[in-house]
Design a protein around this ligand. Sequence first.
Ligand code: CAP
Ligand code: MG
Ligand code: MG
Length: 497
Amino acid sequence: MQKEYIQLGNTEVHNGQYLLTVFRIEGYDGKSILDVASEVVAESSNGSNVAVGSGTPFSATMGGIIYEVNEVENLVYVAYPWRMFDSGGNVQNIMTFIAGNVFGMSSLKRLKLLDVYFPPQMLQQYDGPSTTLDDMRDYLQVFDSPILGTIIKPKIGLTASEYAELCYDFWAGGGHFVKNDEPQADQDFCPYFKMVDAIRNAMDRAEDETGHTKVHSFNVSAADFDTMIKRADYVYSKMRPGSFAFLIDGITAGWMAVQTLRRRYPDVFIHFHRAGHGAFTRSEQAFGFTVPVLTKFARLAGASGIHTGTMGVGKMQGDVNEDGVAMQQALRVQSQGKFFKQVWSKVPPSDFDIETMIQAEAKLWNAGPRELSKMRTEMAKIDPHASHLKSEWRIMKKTAPIVSGGINPVLLPRVIDTAGTIDFITTMGGGTHSHPMKTRAGAKAIVEAFKAWKEGHTLQEEAHDHKGNDTELQSAVRFFKSHGVHLTPEDEANIGE
Ligand code: CAP
Ligand code: MG
Ligand code: MG
């Protein structure tokens, strides 16, 4: 046991100089929780598996501190002096410390990082988001609904023209947002630059026909930095400002890629796709971190949006306590995590202006998604290009949750009601392109499903035109009811008779 890391009851850790964490921890051979935890904290801060004689009084202050323990639930609370981390506002460095070697320690049976807390003095060392969902709303002039999107499917194998045609179909059907799927890159049958050119043409055509602006999220993940920048620069040169986002596979391409894009392109929406996160976040994983932890680090790193899961509604593992908490930690100025209440304020949370912002936000949040939808619509009438409350010096901007994975129009009302907000992007891949009447109809079905939710109608009430003919939504309801999509009583109620 390395006792120097155990300081139960230490209150200094709340003085703003520490990143606070809580781990679920369990060792082999019946070792006590403090014994095992002290080894983990040594390895994840200034120590090793044995005390060394080469330390100095200053290096000793760079050690983590175990300040609380809950032996019943195998929880240990650890404070890390944030000065131990790379002074360049580097998330990769934090993760290397606290979610690095420690996952490989042979003495451990379990080690899961369950929650983190960033104090105000630490927040101002990090970028946080620059371009946000509010900017995308402004560009799209979409205020009353989630951003309604798709992922082009098949996941891979289309040529540039075939890909762009599906973008056009989705946009022409009323959809706002199209993303590359996470593996789309520069495959020989769909050369990257050709894909970009074709998408620009398709977007121009769809905008001319619909009179609405559209957005495409381009995957710029690549084998090396220069290729990533080359792809990003090409998109930047070909697409209209605001009409594109950069998608980065944040887990496989890494935090450095995420922060590079954030720093080089502050005027672009940085879309963090988290393919591979399940290896760390699934509830069965004994080692790793939770979805809220991943989401909070993505906001710290400056992601404009990150996939946060479907709260148990779609195909991926998750529930409202994990994904729903992550959504709030991404979006709000203040929200309660599993263990810490995080205020994304760079000034003392007790500051009058921060308290006022928190109260206003809580009031809106508690009013529910339909109220938020109405309020946003009213505000947009007054000032369609609402200059958002510019408070970068005092708060870290929001990161947009991206709700995706097995979602379809019939599930949309439950997604919104479960999320408790409309402030997210939702992307439906299979849920769009499986529509019996194809992609354009799939987009229309999504738009109609949202309209039903907004009017407080059932989907069936919305699913017929004024002459009583079946609309694309009716066809979607019929299709998804018969194609093995698990519908809950809430879905059935949303569908109606
Ligand atoms: C969704 C998706 C997304 C998932 C990723 C997929 O497609 O394209 O990558 O949303 O999961 O490949 O599964 P579908 P998450 O709409 O066809 O399911 O968002 O949970 O990170
Ligand atoms: Mg077409
Ligand atoms: Mg995908």
